[in-house]
Design a protein around this ligand. Sequence first.
Ligand code: PGA
Length: 249
Amino acid sequence: MRPLIAGNWKMHGTSAALGQIAAIARSVAEEAPACDVLVCPPFTLIARAAAVAGAGVAVGAQDCHREPEGAFTGDISAEMLRDAGATTVIVGHSERRRYHGETEIDVAMKTSAAWRAGLSAILCIGETEAERDAGQAAEVVARQLDGSLPLGANPATTAIAYEPVWAIGTGRTPGDADVAEMHALIRKRLTDRLGEDAAGLRILYGGSVKPANAASILRLPNVNGALVGGASLEAEEFLSIIRAIPQGA
Ligand code: PGA
């Protein structure tokens, strides 16, 4: 399956950062990497990012509201994102769960909202360090997947991102065996729910993916791409991660 390398800019970037997207788009057009490429800037840059990204780079958002419109001051709907040029939206990122109190139900509703608007969803799940230390990582990830993935997922509309919370922005990553084990567990759980469709659904790894570790993470079984935070902010660093996908993968 064609991998996906997605950049999550979080709350970084003003107009000046559009040059990074243009640079990524230029290299992707020239090098035709063997993966799909997505950049998720802040809301304020989506429309302009879509205008400079060209055909080879998709633009996504980092969150959406569950409703299509209404009296929700400050919120942005999936339909609005689509209208602005986004193709995808990240839902359930641990920073949304933590700082905005998003529950499994909230995330499931946001995922449904993305589908309703014709966007694909990247649904994030992952355990905290305390949960891993307590031996509960698998249980937590399974519970999040069951609780936040609505019925009706398919490979065209959904990717799962396994992001251990303790690996996000810390420079620490789980061992290869731990990543492979968790991705296998997610695949198995998806297969139980979706049957054959589960085989084509991308499972991304996220959490301190850098040019130096990308190749080893991306070749693990059931790792079908990466969700990259800090290392996606600078075009050359992000491109190095894209180049870690072997041609013909
Ligand atoms: P990081 O963030 O690559 O900076 O660890 C990943 C993420 O939060 O999606």
